[in-house]
Write a protein that binds this ligand. Structure first.
Ligand code: C5P
Length: 309
């Protein structure tokens, strides 16, 4: 029997993301903030291979530092598998083998991509055959960014960021990302937003209960125009991230004065993403950043969501 014939598993690939726009509204009673965001899935991928097992187990490897990733039931991908089993009444288990390419705790949704990939992989492996709406519902229970990792492409997210509508995007946008060796906790960044808002309530005024994505962002994406997009990218978490990690301001400034059209912190950070004009500029910026001692990776978006490969 050939190796291919022996392989009894399902392999699913899911992308990391950049929030090209992220407006943070008021804190809700459930501890989440009302968001208006535009996600773009980019070409850094997580691969999850699911194989049949009596138990629920996981192993994690990758091209990035995976030492901070739990290899037990606290891992969101294993929780995704368990949630699917509970919801469908499936009585067996699974072994998940995760291969990571998205920086860990970097603000690019790597853990969410693992959970989305695990849902799709287990659904196929176990033959539970849920509809995409049912998978979306389970994804939203696991985390605010998990539905987008299922869907991919370019999309607007409202409510917690989990209520998605597709955004038309033409062409391909080129990015250079700068991962950071020290991760950041997303809840800590949101707490810093609230602390700062509380302290400067008078100056900042009322926080919108229902933020919305700027029309200019959607226009720039529709036009496939990186220069237009560079003028309107925005991340309301960025100021809080920079207060927690002042070192990132230098990275942003360095990239922006070395050929990027614009830069922003990706999600809650600490990864910084630079939008560039084309692949040549991407390569140039990547080299300049690397010669200054930064890790720098050229990625593009949009790319597909979680799917079997
Ligand atoms: O849903 P997820 O587990 O990815 O969210 C991580 C944390 O980020 C939440 O516990 C919350 O502190 C914060 N968050 C938020 N508002 C959102 C999304 C996330 O406050 N819309």
């Amino acid at each position: 029997m050939s190796l291919a014939e022996e392989f009894q598993g399902v392999r699913v690939r899911a992308p990391g993301k950049i929030n090209v726009f992220l407006a943070v509204g008021a804190l809700q009673s459930d501890g989440y903030h009302e968001l208006a965001t535009t996600f773009q899935a980019v070409s850094l991928f997580e691969d999850v291979v699911a194989t049949l097992s009596d138990d629920f187990t996981i192993s994690v490897t990758g091209s990035v530092d995976v030492s901070g990733v739990p290899a037990d039931e606290t891992n969101l991908a294993l929780q995704a598998a368990q949630l699917l089993a509970t919801e469908t009444g499936y009585e067996g288990g699974v072994h998940l083998d995760i291969r990571k390419e998205v920086p860990v705790a970097g603000g690019m949704g790597g853990g969410s991509a693992d959970a989305a990939a695990a849902l799709v992989a287990c659904d196929a492996l176990w033959g539970t055959d849920l509809s995409s709406q049912e998978l979306h519902r389970l994804a939203a229970q696991l985390g605010a960014d998990v539905p987008f990792a299922l869907k991919g492409g370019t999309a607007v997210g409202t409510r917690r960021g989990d209520e998605l509508s597709a955004a038309l995007a033409h062409g391909r946008f080129e990015w250079v990302i700068v991962p950071n060796p020290v991760g950041l906790s997303t809840p800590a960044v949101y707490r810093e937003v609230d602390r700062h808002r509380g302290e400067h309530q008078e100056a900042l005024g009322e926080v919108s209960a229902t933020p919305s994505v700027d029309a200019g962002v959607l226009q720039a994406l529709r036009a496939g125009d990186a220069r237009l997009l560079a003028d309107v990218i925005r991340n309301d978490l960025q100021a809080a991230t920079l207060r927690l990690r002042p070192d990132l301001a230098d990275v942003l400034e360095f990239g922006e004065t070395s050929g990027a059209l614009a830069g922003l912190v990706s999600g809650s950070g600490p990864t910084v993403a630079f939008l560039v004009e084309d692949t040549t500029k991407a390569d140039e910026l990547r080299r300049v950043l690397m010669s200054a001692g930064h890790e720098a990776i050229h990625v593009y978006g949009p790319v597909h969501g979680a799917r079997i490969v």
